[in-house]
Design a binder for this molecule. Structure first.
Ligand SMILES: Nc1ncnc2c1ncn2[C@@H]1O[C@H](COP(=O)(O)OP(=O)(O)O)[C@@H](O)[C@H]1O
Ligand SMILES: N[C@@H](CCC(=O)OP(=O)(O)O)C(=O)O
Length: 376
């Protein structure tokens, strides 16, 4: 047996994506038994302190079955109608199964526009982190009924990767109908060899995964390989594994090497920091006092409004801003929770006064420490 992998066993925040063919038993109808198995394992992982987010496909396949359609329609409005019908069944099934294993559940439907817009991105992130903080397991799908064709994620592999980026996950697990990635599509090439491990983003992987999908799902392996590359951008590694492998999730979380592991070349904090440092054009900055600077630098704390002494420039919630020390030297960069206009009103105010000052409070921090990169 291969040695245990710390990339797997040390992952605290995990996004788990399951594809349509698994969830709907190859299109025959929701596979509640399989979903029950994953829910049991996810509940056990949450109890041991891991944070789990699920991305589940299957709405269109289940909707087609409920509507009695044998073939996948091409018209977008028909796909959207099927998704609306099927999503009801998906959500009910997850809720039933998660509750039976003692977990609260929440449905989150996202579109591309939600993640492209800075403010909605931060809102989605806050909501998901709040749900995790309450021990509730979010079950995400694309909001198929409102998206137009051009801006669909289409496959949920991409959505899984973007969610992993959104919440700074350590690991993305993609469960599918194959044991993992092969050097060619095993449905068509009996000589295809299994790939145990590779580096996420390796161009050779994209050539191996060129073939189409199962016919039930939309992506095939190529979207999984590209999802791994995307997830690696924020430092998350990806595992592609067979969803019917007994106790796959528990075994992976113990570090067992099942499936294909696509390792992110850079670790999480480094990748995020690099992303912020790569922002050449900052919209503005906040100046902070010596006490706040020490909290950020020495204790790894968030920046609270009380430590801010001045605000320069024009920026919106979600923009990357510079954080300057008393002398004006750049100390850190981070994502602003409040716009420059709001921040000006919040300077030197305790967080308890944010709501009274602005009429609302989004977060107690000006920049949360998870969204903050200290300069060396
Ligand atoms: N190199 C490859 N290795 C494994 N599977 C491949 C490869 N290339 C194409 N595939 C196909 O991708 C399918 C999985 O993708 P898909 O049907 O979209 O699943 P899901 O619904 O889980 O997202 C497999 O059944 C397989 O036929
Ligand atoms: N949002 C869609 C997912 C589309 C899809 O087929 O995804 P996948 O099976 O993950 O390739 C649904 O729920 O049907």
């Amino acid at each position: 047996m291969q040695p245990l992998s710390p990339v797997l066993s040390e992952a605290r925040r995990i996004v788990i994506k399951v594809g349509s063919s698994l969830v709907t038993n190859e299109g025959r109808g929701l596979d509640e038994q399989a979903v029950g198995q994953w829910c049991r394992q996810m509940a056990a992982l949450v109890r041991e302190g891991r944070e789990i987010i699920m991305v589940s496909s299957g709405a269109i396949a289940e909707g087609m079955k409920r509507l009695g359609w044998a073939r996948r329609p091409h018209a977008v409005h028909e796909l959207q109608a099927a998704a609306a019908v099927g999503q009801m069944g998906l959500a009910q099934m997850y809720e039933r199964q998660l509750v039976s294993h003692g977990l609260g559940s929440a449905q989150v439907l996202l579109t591309h526009a939600d993640l492209a817009d800075r403010e909605r991105y931060l809102n989605a992130r806050s909501t998901l982190l709040t749900l995790l903080g309450h021990g509730v397991l979010p079950v995400i799908n694309e909001n198929d009924t409102v998206v137009t064709h051009e801006i669909r994620f289409g496959d949920n592999d991409t959505l899984g990767a973007l969610v992993a980026n959104l919440v700074d996950a350590d690991l993305l697990i993609i469960l599918t109908d194959q044991k993992g990635l092969y050097t060619a599509d095993p449905r068509h090439d009996p000589a295809a060899e299994f790939v145990h491990e590779a580096q996420a983003g390796d161009a050779g992987l994209e050539r191996m995964a060129g073939g189409a999908g199962s016919g039930i799902g939309t992506g095939g392996m190529i979207t999984k390989v590209l999802a791994a590359k995307r997830a690696a951008g924020s430092g998350a590694s990806t595992v592609i594994a067979w969803g019917r492998e007994p106790d796959a999730l528990l075994r992976l979380a113990r570090g067992e090497r099942i499936g294909t592991l696509l390792v992110a070349p850079t670790r999480r904090h480094h990748a995020r920091k690099q992303w912020m440092l790569d922002h050449l054009q900052l919209q503005g900055s906040v100046r902070i006092d010596a006490g706040a600077a020490a909290k950020l630098r020495d204790e790894g704390k968030s920046l609270l409004p009380i430590g801010m002494t001045a605000v320069q420039g024009q920026f919106a919630r979600g923009d990357v801003i510079a954080i300057l020390d008393e002398g004006g030297a750049e100390l850190a960069r981070g994502l602003a929770n409040y716009s420059s206009a709001e921040a000006r009103l919040l300077c030197r105010k305790p967080s308890a006064e944010i709501a009274a000052t602005l009429g609302y409070a989004v977060e107690p921090e000006m920049v949360h420490r998870d969204n903050l990169a200290l300069l060396d």
